[in-house]
Design a protein around this ligand. Structure first.
Ligand code: RUQ
Ligand code: CUA
Length: 653
């Protein structure tokens, strides 16, 4: 009897188990199925046509470069378009041993001793007359309020500026002005100022304290214009200025162009100017139906600085717009707008509603008219607010959660819809029969954030493609653990209907991207560094006979070394325990791509000098013994033989 009961129970238990297992398997299968991209039925010939559009056979070249921001990886990823193949990682704010970035002296110095990561959101290509010129790529750091410049002749960072005083959570950045006069930086997080910095060591000296209850009065928003030298790309704090603002959370920026040249536009949320302990900001900052697009006349601000109408705060020239009139105006825009994008002709300013299902379009002409005729409805914390009934020319009902807009060559705009997971296409150009009308929509997999297009934010968009930079990928790839990579989908916009035809999975976290015609970059990319372009030429040795170890004083040894297939000269370096070793290493190959590396066992040194380049490694020989060094990058049949010894003589006891 008991036996029977037992087996009955067992059968019941077994059934339950199997049922449960089936449920789990079913749910998993459903989850995986859910990840499948739902496509409209396509014919085989259509599929082949799509595939051929992105297929770049070995030996052929892509037409465009795509520079994807790597978010908190602190890096930039370079892709070719249309193949969507990853061709390069450019480390900026993070160490990257694949190229020795952050291990060798030069990059380490630019990063400073304190920060080993950054948060890149919005890369920005340099512009001449409102179009990309292929010279530099600027990137922002949302975390530590820095900017960096990548030179597009060697695809390396040549300047890191900052932290910049007073500005905190630099998100509305970089979005250069049409002749690369300025880079924008604005505070997403208001704090009491000054925040004082140590520029030499790329770190903070001290901030200012004020209790959170004094948010409205003591915390400040700051809009920053960082001056860029038009010849060299050098960012200069001396020639930069800031504008003091209420503690609104500035989100994104865009520079005016054409008729609106000389102005910049910033969106903000939390125009409520509140931060309440224990109360979610998402509630606090969403009380108002409208926040602002803030328009700044930077030409006029530049003039004000020349006339000395500023105060120095934290070492920065800061203009107070409540004292210097005519610089800053707010345009009411619903609701907690995210991206702001100026149309290619510079006539319209598009606000992307985020919490409203529309893009709000202001006319620049109407804005000027409102200013001239004094259509100011109120002052909000000292900032004049323009009458939106005058400035606003359209609300385009695009769909749920509009975030960002880019443009094509035919008068259409493409807006990313985060909540709806879609891209909406609508007409903006004067004379277009579809002006202010949505004409097409395509679903995205999933939750699109930014959107990008070839020259899509310039005066001359090239059309052809739109890139959907998605926050989630929902299993549209093989499993790689509990988290999933974000995705980047390629949308063909050449026909009247948009078509997603390809997707890639860039490294975390693709925020924005810049897409430039390769013809504008390729001609000035170095093949090798010459004796003139070698960035550390003064430390170079170009002949193994000149390689040497020089004792500078009792505690310092300087090594002048070189590498060529398949040796490192000198191959023995003898120092004393406790010495500081300054190791200059030149790759004296004269052929493109003939790179060598350098690593020392037991010491945290890694480098990869490219042909003609000198790199420097500085370290303390603090552990006595014998430590091999070697070439870390496979370079030739005798790569393994590229090795030598660091001998660290122990101190006499
Ligand atoms: S943001 S997803 Cu950091 Cu550019 Cu809009
Ligand atoms: Cu040089 Cu491997």
């Amino acid at each position: 009897m008991r036996g029977k009961m037992k087996s009955k129970k067992f059968v019941l238990f077994l059934t339950l188990c199997i049922g449960l297992a089936l449920l789990v398997v079913g749910a998993d299968a459903r989850r995986r199925r859910r990840g499948r991209i739902k496509r409209a039925k396509v014919t085989k010939s259509q599929l082949i046509e799509d595939a051929l559009k992105v297929y770049v056979p070995p030996g052929d070249f892509d037409k465009y470069y795509l520079f994807l921001s790597g978010g908190h990886s602190g890096q930039i990823y370079v892709y070719g378009v249309p193949s969507m193949r990853h061709i390069r990682t450019i480390p900026v704010f993070s160490r990257y041993s694949a190229t020795g970035w952050g291990y060798e002296y030069y990059s380490r110095k630019m990063m400073g001793p304190r920060f080993t990561w950054g948060d890149i959101h919005h890369p920005s290509l340099s512009e001449t007359n409102g179009d990309y010129d292929g010279r530099w790529l600027f990137v922002n750091d949302n975390a530590h309020n820095r900017l960096a410049r990548i030179n597009l002749d060697d695809f390396k960072v040549h300047q890191i500026l900052g932290p910049v005083p007073n500005v905190m959570g630099d998100h509305a950045s970089v979005y250069v002005t049409p002749n690369t006069e300025y880079a924008h930086m604005a505070s997403r997080f208001s704090v009491p100022i000054p925040t004082e910095v140590d520029l030499k060591n790329h770190t903070y000296k001290r901030g200012t304290y004020a209790p959170i209850e004094e948010y409205k009065t003591k915390y400040k928003g700051v809009l920053t214009f960082i001056h860029i030298d038009p010849k060299t790309g050098y960012m200069d704090l001396e020639k930069s200025f800031q504008i003091l603002m209420p503690p609104w959370d500035f989100d994104l920026a865009d520079a005016g162009k054409g008729p609106s040249y000389g102005w910049s536009f910033f969106t903000c949320y939390n125009s409520e100017a509140e931060f309440i302990k224990g109360k979610p900001l998402e509630v606090v900052a969403s009380q108002r139906d409208k926040d602002y697009i803030v328009a700044v006349n930077w030409k006029k601000a530049e003039q004000a600085v020349k006339e000395g109408k500023y105060t120095v705060i934290g070492g920065m020239k800061v203009i107070d717009p409540t004292k210097v009139k005519g610089l800053v105006y707010a345009m009411p825009t619903k609701k907690s707008p995210h991206g702001v994008d100026v149309t290619p002709d510079g006539r319209y300013i598009v606000g992307n509603g985020k919490l409203a299902p529309v893009t709000v379009v202001h006319s620049f002409e109407k804005m000027i008219e409102a200013i001239k005729t004094g259509k100011i409805v109120r002052h909000d914390m000292g900032i004049p607010v323009l009458d939106e009934n005058v400035t606003k020319v359209a609300e385009v009902p695009v769909g749920l959660g509009p975030l960002h807009t880019v443009f094509d060559d035919k008068g259409y705009a493409y807006t990313s819809l985060f909540v709806e997971s879609a891209v909406a296409k609508w007409g903006w150009k004067d004379g277009l029969k579809d002006q202010w009308k949505m004409v097409d929509k395509v679903p995205i997999q999933y939750n699109i954030g930014h959107i990008a297009a070839p020259h899509g934010d310039t005066v001359k968009p090239r059309g052809e493609w739109v890139f959907a930079l998605n926050k989630l990928s929902k299993g549209t790839h093989l499993k790689v653990g509990p988290d999933q990579p974000e995705s980047c989908q390629l949308i063909d916009i050449s026909g009247p209907k948009m078509r997603i035809i390809y997707q890639a999975w860039p490294e975390p976290e693709p925020h924005y991207a810049m897409c430039i015609d390769a013809k504008l970059v390729e001609p000035h990319v170095f093949e090798v560094y010459t004796k003139e372009t070698n960035p550390e030429k003064e430390y170079a040795v170009y002949d193994p006979k000149d390689a040497r170890v020089v004792r500078k004083d009792d505690h310092t040894v300087e090594v002048f070394a070189c590498e060529i297939r398949s040796s490192i000269w000198p191959n023995v370096v003898e120092v004393n325990e406790g010495d500081t070793v300054i190791f200059h290493l030149t790759n004296i190959e004269t052929m493109r791509d003939e790179i060598h590396g350098f690593g020392i066992c037991g010491y945290d040194i890694c480098g990869v000098p490219t042909p003609g380049e000198t790199q420097t490694y500085v370290f303390k020989a603090d552990v006595p013994g014998v430590w091999p060094f070697y070439c870390v990058n496979f370079c030739s049949a005798l790569h393994q033989e590229m090795q030598g010894y660091l001998l660290v003589k122990p101190k006499k006891k």
